[in-house]
Write a protein that binds this ligand. Structure first.
Ligand code: PLP
Length: 400
């Protein structure tokens, strides 16, 4: 089959809910991927931070193969020999107490919403059916009906009503607005430490600390969605560590499996997850031995191979290099670790065409919102590889 044949098949039989760049990938290794014609590209998206460990990490692949021939799925009707070890190792790495394993990120978000609502009714005396959760403008937490129901992005909601009630939207990065939004029925705030899909938006310094303090004062649970920012992306295991705070519930996913398999989890530092009794919540695939084995090795390579430290260092270097590129088209460069956004001015005519030009020159990245180019390579990227990327990015931003 030829390049165009793959595209034609996708377009003919698939729901058209994406507009991908027209590159047909067939192989990946580390920071590199190859298309069906053998062209090589540097992956600066990392599947939205799901392949922080790099494509097809050999150690993760080996464990996955081994586990695939041993035991894949038992359902939670029975115990398995990977689940407890997964819990223990994950808790040790993230200083958590309790884990609820799920599959997709959206499921982790839904599970946290269920947990804090139940906690509110059972332990906080909120009248049944009245619980409120505070969320932020321009949030991205996934695509279920409940989650898009509290999105402020028109397209994510359009045509999907009616939605789940019980959410209140406030501006991101504004601790005062949060304090003012709290009512006696507020059970939690759900917040991203850095808003990724919104265009790599960093809140003001101290924001998470303020949110933590307000939550403590008002008896509200703090839920951080670290599905994108977690597991090393920002140069710390969890992005909340940059402000020295611990959320009550932390959501992780994406890189938890190194991109091999959908694995997500709700991590708890308080007794919120203790509200669940047998039968209250579940998932056929959540906590299966394959997922647990893959997640265990994916976490281990992240730590043992120094990827988190590298994300901090390489991220600083990447941003410094980007800042040295002088282009009248660039409005702002921002980020933390290897989660970097370049916001273009209106005159630039949108980020999409820059991503297309970069693709033609061997670098894959994706626009987020109209004017931001996101750079988020796997956390194993080295200086000389960043130099290679910057050469291309500079040329494209300068219109060469
Ligand atoms: C990707 C993402 C999700 C949703 O994860 P899925 O696995 O796509 O359901 C939720 N929150 C954040 C911050 C994300 O980046």
């Amino acid at each position: 089959m030829k390049f165009q044949d793959f595209i034609r098949l996708e377009n003919e039989f698939g729901a058209m809910n994406y507009r991908p760049l027209d590159v047909v990938l067939t192989r990946g290794q580390g920071i590199w991927v190859w298309d069906v014609d053998g062209n090589r590209y540097m992956d600066c998206l990392s599947a939205y931070s799901a392949v922080n460990q790099g494509h097809c990490h050999p150690k993760i692949a080996a464990v996955m193969k081994e586990q695939a021939e041993k035991l894949t799925l038992t359902s939670r009707a029975f115990r398995n020999d990977q689940l407890g070890l997964f819990y223990k190792e994950l808790c040790d790495l993230t200083r958590s107490h309790t884990v609820l394993p799920m599959n997709s990120g959206a499921e982790a978000v839904e599970s946290a919403i269920k947990a804090v609502r139940k906690w509110g009714y059972r332990d906080r005396g909120v009248p049944e059916g009245q619980a409120e959760i505070v969320v932020c403008e321009n949030n991205f937490h996934g695509r279920t009906i409940t989650i898009v129901g509290f999105s402020s992005e028109k397209q994510y909601r359009d045509g999907y009503a009616p939605f789940t009630p019980g959410f209140r939207i406030i501006p991101f990065g504004d601790a005062r607005a949060f304090e003012q939004a709290i009512t006696p029925n507020t059970v939690a705030i759900l917040v991203e430490p850095i808003q990724g899909e919104a265009g790599i938006i960093l809140p003001p310094d101290g924001y998470l600390r303020d949110v933590r303090r307000i939550c403590d004062e008002r008896g509200v649970m703090m839920i951080t969605d670290e599905i994108q920012t977690g597991l090393g992306r920002t140069g710390k295991m969890l992005a909340e560590e940059h402000e020295g705070v611990e959320a009550d519930l932390t959501l992780i996913g994406k890189a938890l499996s190194g991109g091999f398999y959908p694995v997500s989890a709700v991590l708890s530092n308080k007794e919120v997850l203790g509200v669940f009794r047998p039968g209250d919540h579940g998932s056929t695939f959540g906590g299966n031995p394959m997922a647990c084995a893959v997640a265990r090795i994916a976490m281990r390579v992240l730590v043992e191979e120094g990827m988190i430290e590298n994300a901090a260092e390489a991220g600083k270097y990447f941003m410094t290099c980007l800042r040295s590129v002088s282009s009248p088209l660039v409005k702002e460069i921002r980020g933390r670790g290897l989660m970097i956004g370049v916001e273009l001015r209106e005159e630039a005519g949108g980020a999409r065409r820059f991503c297309e030009t970069l693709m033609a020159r061997g670098l894959l990245c994706k626009e987020t919102h109209t004017n931001v180019i996101r750079f988020a390579p796997p956390l194993i990227i080295r200086r000389e590889e960043i130099d290679w990327a910057i050469e291309r990015i500079a040329a494209v931003l300068k219109g060469a």
